[in-house]
Design a protein around this ligand. Structure first.
Ligand code: HEM
Length: 409
């Protein structure tokens, strides 16, 4: 009998690790039944996760008729169009799309965002501190972990500030599990995102800014991308770029607030310790719980008696691979020191994925954390949690993971 898995269950969303540990003990991949009745294979071990992510027999292209057939509608068409991005493609399409984006995302361009990120973070910390003085409490997700990456991705895409709250709401909805929200709300979000990006691209063509997306729109015309591909690219950058980073900042803050000794050590230890906090948070609380879905193009024998038939769905659970005790001693402990130079070489975590789809934004995400965390904790050293950490609500689903609210005082 396959294990039953309900990604919308609040208890599972908060602490999925014991479940994943059980699956890992069963072999290289475990077949589970999802709450919607479909079946999938979950890969939870570190070595197997790396192997699957580097293996071309696991395709990123979603099957043509994924899920139940849905009637044609504007939302369905918008969804189909926005989903044509590089994370949903295999070579050679993937190579073509990725090359163009890599060219726009140069380390120089990313690093040039630092002063802007510093200003944004300083502004948010000042607002937060004012609110704590006036009101006594605030939600750190709403006041800091969410707005910073949204403002940064707004910089990357050249999106006006007034539109950023809408983008957050639509992105949240399209990333939620199918049964967690009313279908009308999800459909509306797809349609609005599609319309928004269509207008944005038109605006960039007419009046390019100095943002990274304007460069991409320009290069895309030269590099043979059609409008649909560009539209999907904008969607991917938004989707991949902010919710992940928001969860990194929220989870790092929660871990520091519940590990006072680590917060003090980081404040004493300077940049190297903050970097170690970021790496350990990426490992311990992987913001992307699973990668995007893969599908076997042929029968794959993973060894140990595990054979996945052709055309089956496979999910590599990064959060689980990053807690594999075979690679990380005491994996459930939060110990930034394992990432300090001189502490031996820990296995590289898989929070940014592995193989051809390795995260294109890892440098930007690390930069945001390096700027944000020391500012937040440096300015508010007395900040404490205003809720029981064991009862905090988590984002449902298998894709992104992080606390939805983080009340502080
Ligand atoms: C803490 C923050 C982040 C985490 C944990 C993260 C994680 C990941 C992971 C695991 C993948 C691979 C998914 C798969 O194989 O299915 C990925 C891909 C990607 N990420 Fe990130 N990401 C983060 C931030 C960002 C940012 C800030 C951007 C850009 C603004 C970004 C852009 C992308 C893109 C474009 C891809 C697709 C690459 C491809 O298909 O070749 N990510 N990310």
């Amino acid at each position: 009998m396959p294990d039953l898995l309900n990604p919308a269950d609040p208890g599972f969303a908060r602490d999925p690790y014991p479940y994943y540990a059980r699956l890992r003990a069963r072999g290289p991949a475990a077949r589970v039944q999802l709450a919607n009745g479909t079946h999938a294979w979950l890969v939870t071990g570190y070595e197997q996760a790396r192997a699957v992510l580097a293996d071309a027999r696991f395709s990123n292209v979603p099957p043509a008729a994924a899920g139940r057939p849905k009637p044609d509608s504007p939302a369905q068409r918008a969804r189909g169009c926005l989903a044509r991005h590089m994370l949903n493609s295999d070579a050679p399409d993937h190579v073509r799309l990725r090359r163009l984006t890599t060219a726009a995302f140069t380390p120089r361009r990313v690093d040039a965002l630092r002063p802007r990120i510093e200003r944004l973070a300083d502004g948010l910390v000042a607002e937060l501190s004012g609110r704590l003085e006036r009101e006594g409490t605030a939600d750190l997700v709403d006041a800091f972990a969410f707005p910073l990456p949204v403002l940064v991705i707004g910089e990357v895409l050249g999106v006006p500030e007034a539109d950023r709250a809408d983008l957050r709401e639509w992105t949240y909805r399209v990333g939620s599990p199918a049964d967690a929200l009313a279908q009308g709300a999800v459909d509306e979000a797809w349609t609005r995102l599609h319309a928004y990006f269509t207008t944005l691209i038109g605006n960039k063509r007419r009046a390019p800014g100095d943002d990274l997306f304007s460069a991409l729109v320009h290069d895309a015309s030269e590099g043979g991308l059609d409008d649909g591909e560009l539209l999907a690219m904008a969607f991917l950058l938004l989707f991949a770029g902010y919710e992940t980073t928001m969860n990194l900042l929220a989870s790092a803050s929660l871990l520091l607030l519940t590990h006072a000794g680590e917060a003090a050590a980081a404040l004493r230890g300077g940049d190297a310790y903050w970097d170690a906090v970021t790496e350990e948070t990426l490992r311990h609380a992987s913001p992307l719980e699973g990668t995007t879905w893969r599908r076997t193009t042929e029968r794959v024998d993973l060894g140990g008696g595990t054979v996945i038939p052709a055309e089956d769905s496979v999910l590599v659970v990064l959060a689980a691979a990053n807690r594999d005790p075979g690679h990380f001693p005491s994996p459930d402990d939060f110990r930034p020191a394992r990432y300090l130079t001189g502490a031996g070489r820990p296995a590289p975590h898989l929070a940014f994925g592995h193989g051809p789809h390795f995260c294109l934004g890892s440098r930007l995400a690390r930069l945001e954390a390096a700027v944000a965390l020391p500012r937040l904790f440096g300015a508010l050293p007395g900040m404490g949690l205003a809720a029981d950490p064991a009862g905090l609500p988590y984002r449902p689903g298998l894709l992104v993971r992080g606390p939805r609210r983080l009340p502080v005082r």
